[in-house]
Every structure is written in structure tokens, then in C-alpha cells.
Design a protein around this ligand. Structure first.
Ligand SMILES: NC(=O)C1=CN([C@@H]2O[C@H](COP(=O)(O)OP(=O)(O)OC[C@H]3O[C@@H](n4cnc5c(N)ncnc54)[C@H](OP(=O)(O)O)[C@@H]3O)[C@@H](O)[C@H]2O)C=CC1
Ligand SMILES: O=C(O)[C@H](O)[C@H](O)[C@H](O)CO
Length: 348
């Protein structure tokens, strides 16, 4: 039986995710419904993607009995309120990164998923790419000897993107793009908490971080360094350096399509989209969608590849980095767990 998806929001990444689902076998994945803050937006999205049901509120999607899992594609400040809505409605959830605005919110979401006994995963799509699977295989078999250094960068000019620059929309480079560098480092070091976090950077006049440089020290004298920036283009590659070899991930490290292992390059091409995409290599979201399907088929409530503990670690380190840089640990929306149906603020 196919995994039946509900799409929460008619935005850019929801579009790309829906396109990515269409690269998978229809007998395995079906998009059953889409919900947006306005029925017009939902209907327009449904028409573009040939989706049979369109709702003008997220509450209606939460009440749809024919949905197995909801994909949350709203902007960061709304991840908490929507994840609580769907988990409290006993819906499984795949929520876009970052899972929430801060550690407090992440803990609320994880607690709700546990209380409601539903599956929940943060959509750290990078970890499910074939290139990432190969990295983990090579590391597990000791291909690099003892890994001592990990370096990563993600910088793109985003000054034109309101949600990347405005505090009330969840702005800040660390939460939006720095998370990819951090999750990569945490993956290489098997989810270990860093012993020391040193961060510096710049903030916009809006009070959100713009460019962040971070040094992390882990046990056994292992190190990592990453840079993220929403104002300049960076090389956007990554490298894992061990005592017996290196793995380089050429740009774009957050959606990798090639690896260079001890100088030997291998390509991992993405399937072609059936509609133009908003973001690079977005058909790569197919891999996280298949992970969700496999987890649901096994009755799992979290993925071992990006576990709840992994999401909590990312949030805790992000909070500390933003505290040091001065971007502040932004509160999300004021949320009462039992909110009124259809009470979502239309704009913030
Ligand atoms: N995995 C990846 O590669 C990527 C992930 N993302 C993540 O996806 C999320 C959405 O990003 P993106 O699609 O670019 O965002 P969009 O600007 O397209 O907004 C997404 C949706 O959020 C809701 N929304 C937007 N602005 C407001 C507002 N001011 N007040 C209330 N609701 C609002 C709308 O929902 P509605 O349609 O219901 O009105 C909108 O369609 C982010 O959390 C981001 O981190 C983004 C890009 C790439
Ligand atoms: O997750 C992402 O890749 C980011 O949200 C966006 O892609 C970023 O804003 C660059 O477009």
C-alpha cells in the first residue's frame, strides 16, 4: 500500500518536495492532499501537482483520516505550531529543517510526538543522499583511519530572501544554512556532543546572524570548523580528513552529487524533475521520503539516520552558537498547545 502524504503549505519547498515525490514509484508514494493558509493557494498548488484534495486550513489536513504522514513546509517560526497540531492529531510528521527555532521548541515537538506515539523526523535531507550513505560506509570501515578534522562551508547571497533576513520570519544564516554544515560534522562524529564550541560572526541590523565562523572540539582531539553566510558566495564544499585519507564533497555539500575519496571522484546524479524546481537538486528529497516510508512500514517512531537525539543536539549547538554570535536565541510564535481550529495567524 502506498504511503499517503499530506502537504502543509503551498510554498517553495513544498513544491519541490512534491516534485521529488513524483520521482518515486506511485505504488509507494501518493500525495493525497495539500493545505495552505488560504484555499486559493491550496487549490492552485493542487492543480499544479494534480492533487485531489485542497484545504484552506492546516486543521482540515490534520483531520483528514486518509493521510499517513504530513510534510511540514512552512517557514521556521511555524514549525512548532504545525508539528504540535499534526502530532496531537496522531499524524506522522516530516518537518523541514530546522525542526524549530530553538531547543525549547524542539523539546516540545519531540515530547508531543512521543506522547502521541507518532513518527517524527527533521527533514535533514542531505543525510539520505547516496553520497552521504557512501560517506558513512567508508567511515564505518575505517577508510580514512582516525578522522581528526572536518571542514564545511555554506554561503549564498540571501539578502533578497525575507525569511533569511527578518527576525520575525525566522531569519539568520545559522538556522537556515549553517545547520547543513553542523549536521554534516555531527554525522561524521556520530552524534557526539562537542566538548568546546567557539563561534564568532556578524549580525544584520534586523538582529539575526549573517556570517558565522565556528570551531568545534570533540573528544580524542578531534576538530571541526565551519562557516555559513547569507551575504556572500562561499566554495560550499566540505572535507573529512583522517590519518589515512580524505573524503572531499565538492559543491554543493548540502545536496551532494559527487565524492572525491583519496583523489578518486565518483558521481551520484539526481533524477530529473517533471517541473522546474525552486532549489538546487531538490529531487534529492526523494531519499528522505523513502526513509520515512521504510520507517513507517517497520512501525518506527524515528529514523536512526537523523534521530530525535540528533535533532536535539543540532538545536542545542545552534542555540549556543547564536548566543555567542549575538543573533540571539529567537523565540518562536507564542503557542498554546490546544489552539483554536483555524486560528493560525495569517501573517506575522
Ligand atoms: N530542504 C531544503 O532544501 C530546503 C528547506 N527549506 C525549509 O523550508 C521551509 C520553508 O521555506 P520556503 O519554502 O523557502 O518558504 P516560503 O517563503 O515559500 O514559505 C513557505 C510557507 O510558509 C508560510 N509562510 C510564509 N510566510 C509567512 C508569514 N509571513 N506568515 C505566516 N506564514 C507564512 C506559507 O504557507 P501557506 O502556503 O500555507 O500560506 C508559505 O507558503 C523553511 O523552514 C526552510 O528552512 C527551504 C528551502 C530549501
Ligand atoms: O535549506 C536550504 O537549502 C535553504 O533554506 C535554502 O536553500 C537557502 O535559503 C538557499 O536558497
Amino acid at each position: 500500500m502506498a504511503t499517503r502524504w499530506g502537504i502543509c503549505s503551498a510554498g517553495k519547498i513544498s513544491h519541490d518536495f512534491t516534485v521529488a515525490l513524483k520521482t518515486l514509484p506511485p505504488e509507494d508514494h501518493q500525495v493525497v492532499a495539500v493545505a495552505a493558509r488560504t484555499l486559493e493557494d491550496a487549490q492552485g498548488f493542487a492543480k499544479k501537482h494534480s492533487i485531489s484534495r485542497a484545504y484552506g486550513s492546516y486543521d482540515e489536513l490534520a483531520r483528514d483520516p486518509d493521510i499517513d504522514v504530513v510534510y511540514v513546509g512552512v517557514i521556521h517560526p511555524y514549525h512548532l505550531i504545525t508539528c504540535l497540531l499534526f502530532t496531537n492529531a496522531k499524524k506522522n510528521v516530516l518537518c523541514e529543517k530546522p525542526l524549530a527555532m530553538n531547543t525549547k521548541e524542539v523539546k516540545e515537538i519531540l515530547a508531543s510526538a512521543k506522547r502521541n506515539d507518532v513518527f517524527l523526523m527533521e527533514a535533514v535531507w542531505t543525510r539520505f543522499f547516496p553520497a552521504s550513505v557512501e560517506i558513512r560506509r567508508l567511515l564505518a570501515q575505517g577508510e580514512l583511519g582516525e578522522v581528526k578534522m572536518v571542514r564545511s562551508e555554506f554561503g549564498v547571497p540571501l539578502m533578497h530572501v525575507p525569511r533569511s533576513t527578518q527576525k520575525e520570519l525566522g531569519g539568520g544564516a545559522m538556522l537556515d544554512i549553517g545547520i547543513y554544515c553542523l549536521q554534516f560534522i555531527c554525522m561524521v562524529y556520530n552524534g557526539e556532543k562537542p566538548e568546546c564550541i567557539q563561534a564568532t560572526g556578524t549580525c544584520l541590523e534586523t538582529g539575526v546572524d549573517e556570517t558565522v565562523v565556528v570551531t568545534l572540539k570533540f573528544s580524542k582531539n578531534r576538530m571541526a570548523v565551519f562557516t555559513c553566510s547569507s551575504c556572500v558566495q562561499l566554495p560550499n564544499d566540505a572535507i573529512i580528513s583522517g590519518t589515512e585519507g580524505t573524503i572531499r564533497i565538492p559543491a554543493h555539500m548540502w545536496c551532494p552529487t559527487s565524492l572525491v575519496v583519496n583523489g578518486k571522484e565518483t558521481q551520484y546524479p539526481m533524477p530529473e524533475p517533471y517541473l522546474p524546481l525552486n532549489f538546487l537538486n531538490s529531487t534529492g528529497m526523494r531519499y528522505e521520503a523513502e526513509e520515512v516510508r521504510q520507517c513507517l512500514l517497520k512501525g518506527l517512531k524515528e529514523s536512526a539516520v537523523i534521530s530525535h537525539a540528533d535533532s536535539l543536539l543540532l538545536a542545542e549547538v545552534e542555540d549556543e552558537i547564536r548566543r555567542q554570535v549575538g543573533g540571539g536565541v529567537q523565540p518562536g510564535l507564542p503557542v498554546n498547545v490546544e489552539h483554536e481550529a483555524g486560528s493560525f495567524p495569517l501573517d506575522i
